[in-house]
Design a protein around this ligand. Structure first.
Ligand SMILES: O=C[C@H](O)[C@@H](O)[C@H](O)CC(=O)O
Length: 271
């Protein structure tokens, strides 16, 4: 298996958009989740035709105007940097639709994809409607923005969430996994992490490992890197002095987030 760590591409494409990351079934072991991160200079329009995939367009920074030919959302986006920690705007677009995104300012968008065969309405997910969640305690505290959680019926298979973790804390911790299609005990969800750190010279440690250690990769993750989680536990540790951000995309056979903690570390929750 190739490394689960992916560095930025910085690849110009024909639309003048700069492709920073592209993860899909052709360049990873993922079968459900695909992902693109794109920088758009002001005035540039990015167009895409979706086949049998749904897509959540997360306005990471800047402002964009979205249209699918029927629905238009003008000048959406709430922040100039992710570390403003404001929930941002996103748009859910279903399978077999064509969409355009025009950059009203310099903008960065994340395109989060998963399989979809039942076309659903295009939906604006307003940052103002996202209630920040303070999760964890002690040195496991993090701030969570549930952009497209499993209790939001707008999507068929896609889950999207962003997480902020302050220095000296861990997130996705105690280590948990969701890699067994065995509801109600556990769901099988592949996952991607798009990471940033503030200040940007920072790094975090992320380990991805299975009970039998057939997969056990510990990575130093730098600003702008991605980590692919095909299976296994996937904790993140944040060194003092830095704030960690990551955007998660999850998808699998069923759109349910039901995880289990590593039994060796579950005691931490009650400590
Ligand atoms: O499974 C979900 C992802 O690992 C993260 O979103 C994680 O849940 C974030 C956290 O709880 O710290």
């Amino acid at each position: 298996m190739d490394s689960l760590l992916r560095k930025k591409l910085n690849r110009n494409n024909i639309d003048g958009a700069i492709l920073l990351h592209e993860i899909n079934s052709e360049n990873s072991d993922l079968k459900y989740v695909s992902f693109k991160l794109i920088d758009l200079q002001i005035g540039i329009t990015y167009r895409e035709e979706l086949n049998w995939q749904e897509c959540c367009i997360v306005v990471m920074t800047g402002k964009i105007t979205f249209t699918d030919g029927e629905v238009t959302h003008e000048s959406i986006g709430t922040r100039n940097a992710v570390f403003e920690k404001k929930p941002t705007d996103s748009v859910y677009v279903s399978n077999n639709r064509i969409f355009k995104v025009k950059a009203e300012t310099n903008a960065r968008i994340a395109l989060c994809y998963s399989p979809s065969s039942k076309q659903l309405p295009t939906k604006l997910i307003k940052g103002a409607d996202i209630k920040p969640e303070h999760r964890g305690k002690g040195n496991n505290q993090r701030l969570v923005h549930n952009i497209l959680p499993d209790d939001n019926p707008s999507a068929n298979s896609l889950l999207v969430v962003e997480v902020f973790t302050e220095g000296g804390n861990w997130s996705s911790y105690p280590p948990h996994k969701h890699d067994k299609d065995n509801l109600p005990e556990e769901s099988m969800l592949e996952e991607t992490y798009y990471h940033e750190q503030d200040p940007k010279q920072g790094f975090v440690f992320q380990r991805v490992y299975t009970d039998d250690r057939s997969l056990d990769e510990t990575m130093t993750v730098e600003n702008g890197d991605m980590v692919i989680v095909p299976k296994g536990y996937h904790p993140v540790g944040v060194p003092a002095g830095y704030t960690s951000y990551y955007l998660n995309v999850m998808a699998g056979p069923k759109r349910v987030w039901k995880f289990n903690n590593d039994p060796d570390h579950e005691w931490i929750i009650n400590s």
